[in-house]
Every structure is written in C-alpha cells, then in structure tokens.
Design a protein around this ligand. Structure first.
Ligand SMILES: [Zn+2]
Length: 214
C-alpha cells in the first residue's frame, strides 16, 4: 500500500440523507449505521478535523490507531484504509479522499497539551478534548475514559526519520474531503479543531460540512 492514495468519490451531495455545517470549535456526536457513508468536507481550506469512532454495539470498544496501523502496515490512513477497533473489529473503511494527508499520531488538542506544547497561557483556550467530552456527556453511555487516541483528518503530522512528529501546515484545500463507509454501527465523534497555536487549521479555524448517505 502506498503512503497516500487519492480516490475521488462517486457520491452526489444532493442525494445525502443528512447534511450539517459545523463551525470551528464545535462538533457532533452521531450514530452512523452499518452501510451508511459519511463525508467530512473542508469548506474554506486549511482546516484540520479531529475524528473518533466508537463501536455503537459495544460501548467498551473504540477505534484503535495501533490495531489500524499494524493491520494495514502503513502509518498513514488513506483511501482503502480499514479503521480497526481495540477489539480488532473492522469499524469503517475509507472509501474516498482527495486530500493527500490524514494523521493517526497527533491526537486531540487539550488544555494539557496546549500548556506543554505552546505556553502556560494557552491552558484555558478551547480545545478538541473539551469538545469531545462536552458532546459525550449528553449521551449518558460514555465516560471520559472512552475517548482514546483519535485521527485528525485533512491534517499533516509527518513522522520524520529522526523519530519525531510535528504539526505541519494543513494540506487541505477548499473542497478537500474524506469519506468513510461504516462496516458496523458506530458512534461518530467530531471536533472541528479551534487550534490557533499551530498551523493544523491555518491559524484561522473555519467551518466544515458533514454529509451522510444511506
Ligand atoms: Zn484540536
């Protein structure tokens, strides 16, 4: 499998069963049924999006970056990637993307990581971990411990030969997207990243769109 595989979608947005614009700093927690396809689209360009999945049929099982990376023998997720759970269940398949880079390593920004990475004064800035926890709190079935390591779509976090990672300038353009087909019922958790201390959102977080097809 190559590092990145560009594959255009055959879906027509007019046929989508669900469409919602998500402002920067906001998110969504939504059931995606087996067989449905979801698309996340960057509406303005240079917008990284934090995405996490849980097995909707087993609240104890969640997306696993380790299982996903080992299973496909590729550090990066791209067209054709199957997202695996901690219990080695196939959760979703990436059916299309026109963006070259999506990240499995960087995780969600949080008050703690902001403090360590940038400055103590950034501790109180709104962050993706806060959005995740706020969204699952209303559901009642999930706790903080259920939100593990997520993926960052439309985001460049290269792993260097020196063994380091960094948040690069977002590779996403206006209209860049990624599409997933659910292989089982999953809970989709999105935080549209409000980060302004690194270039994952171009230092100017902007809105995205979520589409779901039956
Ligand atoms: Zn973030």
């Amino acid at each position: 499998m190559g590092r990145y595989i560009i594959r255009e979608s055959s879906k027509n947005e007019a046929d989508a069963a669900f469409s919602q614009t998500i402002e920067a700093g906001d998110g969504i927690f939504k059931l995606i049924k087996k067989g449905q396809t979801l698309r996340i689209t960057d509406l303005c360009g240079q917008q990284g999006v934090d995405v996490y999945f849980m097995d909707a049929l087993d609240c104890q099982d969640h997306y696993s970056p380790l299982k996903t990376i080992v299973n496909q023998k590729n550090l990066y997720i791209t067209s054709g990637t199957v997202l695996m759970s901690e219990g080695a269940k196939e959760l979703l398949k990436i059916t299309a993307t026109n963006c070259p880079e999506h990240d499995t390593l960087g995780g969600a920004c949080s008050s703690q990581s902001n403090t360590v990475r940038y400055a103590h004064s950034t501790e109180y800035m709104h962050n993706c971990r806060d959005t995740f926890i706020r969204l699952i709190a209303g559901d009642g079935r999930y706790l903080k411990r259920d939100v593990g390591a997520n993926i960052n779509v439309l985001t460049s976090v290269p792993f260097t030969p020196e063994g380091k990672t960094s948040f690069n300038v977002s590779p996403s353009k206006k209209g860049s997207y990624i599409e997933f087909e659910a292989l089982t019922d999953v809970m989709l958790l999105i935080s549209n990243c409000p980060q302004i201390n690194n270039p994952c959102a171009g230092f100017n977080p902007t809105e995205i769109k979520l589409n779901v097809w039956n």
